[in-house]
Design a protein around this ligand. Structure first.
Ligand SMILES: *Cc1c(COP(=O)(O)O)cnc(C)c1O
Length: 445
């Protein structure tokens, strides 16, 4: 067992010693995970983030033990008065951040949000058009995921290689010919915004609904750095609350169409959630308030950092995707490492060097290259939260070059990365609350 260091070490060791080994082993694993991921590694997974200490404190609360089925103030259980008020506050805060919208925060994940929305818009046996897999569609948009589970047929819109996006003209034609009930935009891997306005017009002309899945970009939308799909014709927006939006893991549904919103609400419960993990609601509310005050500065720095990292990686000799389009407008950077053994090998080496990324299919990869795709998907949002800026992006690019291109021993780079990370362990873009009671024992440094 690794001994704890720093503040809290003595307390920690005495707790471990007083417990049966089965329990102390688990606690020690959590402690080691926490220390590694929060103090020693550079996390560049594009779908992750961290809450502020204030939001984490709000997350640990008694609501995690309760039920509140139904809608606020119309529950099936007693004892939910405070939960009701928090849930209403969450909906109002998020609705305000989205420029006016009804918001349902009950889906426990983005996938659950999608399931609830798709279920209401498309009858079983109906048809949906989705972004092509090259344009980054999520598994929940496909026949292998949520659409498949709901017996909805899936057709992919055409892709434009040069613009790395949906081919608008051919997609409009396809919508007119295929006459789906649903069109889905938004993605897990994308550098440039999907064409919401044009696709919305085509969808509406055949009576279809446009759903924009903002799982990755919710934080950029509320920070004003990504088009708000609800203002450009999307009927519904779904999202995860823990990717660029730095809240607890969960999902939301937002819409300005009152009637549709109500119908979807009647599918969330009872079709897809019973209890909706109530303890995340106060943390989500706190994060929404943080985004109200700091969201613009955060989203601005995220997009600057993504561009800076792309440029720095290119300068270090990496093949960075999308140079002719300015690399990226999102929080993501895509790198082609097929010349260095492929994405699987590069991601493993980088993990040994304490840099966490995931291997990913590139638009040019065949779909069956999933085990060893050409690319790495990199997201800068979490490191931006910890205060890294353009200069730090250049340092990260140099670490990556040493591991992936130069073939340097990753263990040696790992100790330098650990040293580098030590200066960036406090979450920025939050309120400076010195009196937050640190009940998060397992996060003591
Ligand atoms: C991550 C993601 C989801 C699913 O989110 P969960 O909250 O993990 O269920 C849905 N859609 C897209 C586009 C995503 O990237």
């Amino acid at each position: 067992m690794v001994a704890a260091t720093g503040f809290g070490a003595a307390l920690w060791d005495s707790i471990l010693q007083s417990l049966p080994s089965e329990a102390s082993r688990v606690l020690e694993l959590v402690r080691r995970h926490n220390r590694w991921r929060r103090f020693e590694t550079v996390n560049l997974i594009a779908s992750e983030n961290v809450m502020s200490p204030l939001a984490e404190s709000a997350y640990l609360n008694d609501m995690m033990h309760r039920y509140a089925e139904g809608k606020p103030f119309k529950r099936y259980y007693q004892g939910t008065g405070f939960v009701d008020e928090v849930e209403v506050a969450v909906s109002e805060l998020l609705g305000e951040l989205l420029g006016g919208a009804r918001v349902d925060p009950r889906p426990v994940s983005g996938t659950t949000a999608n399931a609830s929305v798709f279920r209401v818009i498309v009858p079983c046996g109906g048809r949906a058009l989705i972004a092509p897999v090259q344009a980054g569609a999520h598994v929940s948009h496909t026949k292998y995921g949520t659409l498949g589970a709901l017996c909805i047929e899936q057709l992919e819109m055409p892709y434009d290689d040069y613009n790395m996006n949906i081919d608008v003209d051919r997609a409009v034609k396809m919508i007119e010919d295929a006459r789906p009930q649903l069109v889905v935009l938004g993605a897990s891997v994308y550098l440039f915004p999907h064409p919401v306005k044009e696709i919305a017009e085509a969808a509406h002309s055949v009576g279809a609904r446009l759903v924009y899945d903002a799982a990755h970009v919710l934080g950029l939308i509320v920070g004003g750095r990504w088009r708000n799909p609800l203002s450009h014709g999307a009927d519904v927006m779904t999202a995860s609350t823990h990717k660029t939006f730095p809240g607890p893991q969960g999902g939301i549904i937002a819409s300005r169409d009152e009637d549709l919103f109500k119908k979807i609400g009647r599918a969330v419960f009872p079709y897809f959630v019973s209890n909706h993990h109530l303890h995340r609601l106060p943390a989500l509310a706190i994060t929404a308030v943080e985004m109200k005050y700091f969201g613009e500065a955060y989203a601005e720095q995220v997009t600057r950092n993504a561009k800076a990292l792309a440029e720095a990686l290119a300068a270090e000799g990496f093949r960075v995707i999308g140079e002719h389009l300015g690399y990226t407008r999102s929080h993501q950077v895509l790198v082609d490492v097929s010349g260095h053994g492929g994405g699987a090998k590069a991601a493993l080496l980088l993990e040994k060097a304490n840099i966490i990324v995931n291997k990913n299919l590139l638009p040019s990869d065949p779909p069956d290259a999933i085990k060893n795709p050409s690319g790495l998907r990199i997201g800068v949002q979490e490191m931006t939260r910890f205060g890294m800026r353009e200069g730090e992006m250049r340092e990260i690019a140099a670490f990556m070059r040493r591991v992936v291109i130069d073939g340097e021993d990753p263990a040696r780079v790992a100790s330098e990365v650990r040293e580098f990370r030590r200066s960036y362990t406090r979450v920025k873009f939050t309120f400076d609350v010195n009196t937050v009671i640190d009940s998060r024992l397992l996060l003591l440094e």
